[in-house]
Design a protein around this ligand. Sequence first.
Ligand code: SAH
Ligand code: SF4
Ligand code: F3S
Length: 463
Amino acid sequence: MSGTRKLHIKSYGCQMNVYDSQRMTDTMAREGFVEAAAPEDADLIVLNTCHIREKAAEKVYSELGRIRRLKEGAARAGRKVVVAVAGCVAQAEGEEIIRRAPVVDLVFGPQNYHRLPDLLARAERGAKVVDTEFAVEDKFAALAPASRAATRARGVTAFVTVQEGCDKFCTFCVVPYTRGAEVSRPVARIVAEVERLADAGVREVTLIGQNVNAYHGEGPDGAWTLARLLHRLAGIDGIARLRYATSHPRDMDAALIAAHRDLAVLMPQLHLPVQSGSDRILAVMNRRHTRSDYLDVIARLKAARPDMAFSSDFIVGSPGETEADFAATLAIVGEVGYAGAFSFKYSPRPGTPAAERDDQVDDDAKVERLARLQAEIDRHQAAFNETCVGRTLDVLFEKPGRLPGQLVGRSPYLQPVQAMAPASLIGEVVAVAITRAGSNSLFGEVARPFAHEPAPALASLES
Ligand code: SAH
Ligand code: SF4
Ligand code: F3S
């Protein structure tokens, strides 16, 4: 093969797939691959897939149809393209993917990303390769870190996986099967990664994990909790904001709640999925908490940090869900007063206990409940956004906004905020007077551009 080889990765699903795709890109950069923006230009195409709902999983196959035509075209021009399927569909379906889509050369699961250079070499020799074994070696240690240039190109916010996998086994969910058992990365490695990001200009880090608040990574003196880790990371120069996602209500311990009171850099926003407002459905889901346990956690967080804003995930039409159960879900939206939420129709997933039940809810009811729930969520989101009008919020500017001369950034509560501001403010936390609320974003005017110390690491961010 002549010239530089090119890689195109497309990510589906959750933030962890975004992070994983970046680490695969970094690892392949070490092998001489550069990123191609379009699949047409790539020698290696990786689809990093999601299996959470049927729709997400099926997307992969329509994309593979397009890629087949692309690969055939390249072959006619004498160019070989390797097609790989990674991620949670790869883990769940394995070689079935190659049977259904013979265009695929390589299938590998989330615990095998660090082996990509070797797997690719085997695929290039003409073999069909499937690797969905749960690796025993430390994947994260084997993956290459991002270069300074790659980090800068990705912007001033970054995800860092601190925990992966899940031992909770909610009855509807594939994640414990696709990601495997809960594993926490050691403290020292996370600290080193965040320091490296901060040094390259990152100002906001979101610690991610399927169950991030179950974090129990090895520290210098035994296992550390997420609260301790946050305290440590808060001291890193250049880091202006910390967030973490996704949390399970059962694992919100007192120290983590107190961290929201004690750490100014820990943002007052929390994604805390409740899934349903009905105790009966929560039990069927094996969530291992009740509605009142959940509301108690919310109350304790609000007591620790009065301006705390919450978001959630909801599933409607779970097996056995009645109108009364659904009414309890609608009611909890108002009770918590969510700033936003995602809601989904229950999708039976192969191999999960809920899919086996014979009390499935029919699709018409799911569609109707989803619409009602979304309307209720939208109403509360709009009300929350309205409460921000007239206030001055700290905004971390991230990139150019919708209109010329505008920048867009995020408020502490994760709302996008558009304001007229010079590009030199990208990477700065700036006080913005909020003048108007749209359906998804806020609009405002820069109030005090240098309310905060400019970060020295950012002086040459645009170079
Ligand atoms: N680890 C996180 C979220 C995992 S998946 C947690 O514990 O909350 C993200 C969301 O997808 C879930 O919160 C849930 O609302 C939704 N989801 C998971 N499985 C689903 C299924 N089978 N059908 C519909 N939605 C599902
Ligand atoms: Fe899935 Fe439940 Fe684990 Fe979240 S806690 S990843 S919903 S099994
Ligand atoms: Fe999807 Fe896997 Fe994330 S199923 S939501 S990509 S953990």
